[in-house]
Design a protein around this ligand. Structure first.
Ligand SMILES: [Zn+2]
Length: 75
């Protein structure tokens, strides 16, 4: 868990949402990310209830999926 850079209090997860990259492009592989917003819980802190950090996790990568399907034989 990340900590607030100002008050060093552990952040809490406020919201998560998915975003995509290259979703509308045929040439580039589509990537799907899960974004988790993290906020400061310390009322004394100027960052209180603000999004301090967004953790971006890659949950789907079309390029990797294609690689798995074709295997090592593909040139
Ligand atoms: Zn803080």
């Amino acid at each position: 868990m990340e900590r607030c850079p100002l008050c060093k209090t552990e952040l809490f997860l406020s919201r998560s949402y998915y975003t995509t990259e290259n979703d509308h492009s045929v040439d580039l592989p589509t990537k799907v990310f899960l974004n988790v917003e993290q906020r400061c819980r310390n009322r004394q802190c100027t960052h209180y209830n603000r999004v301090v950090d967004v953790e971006k996790q890659l949950v789907y990568d079309e390029a990797a999926a294609i690689e798995e399907q074709t295997g090592a034989t593909a040139q």
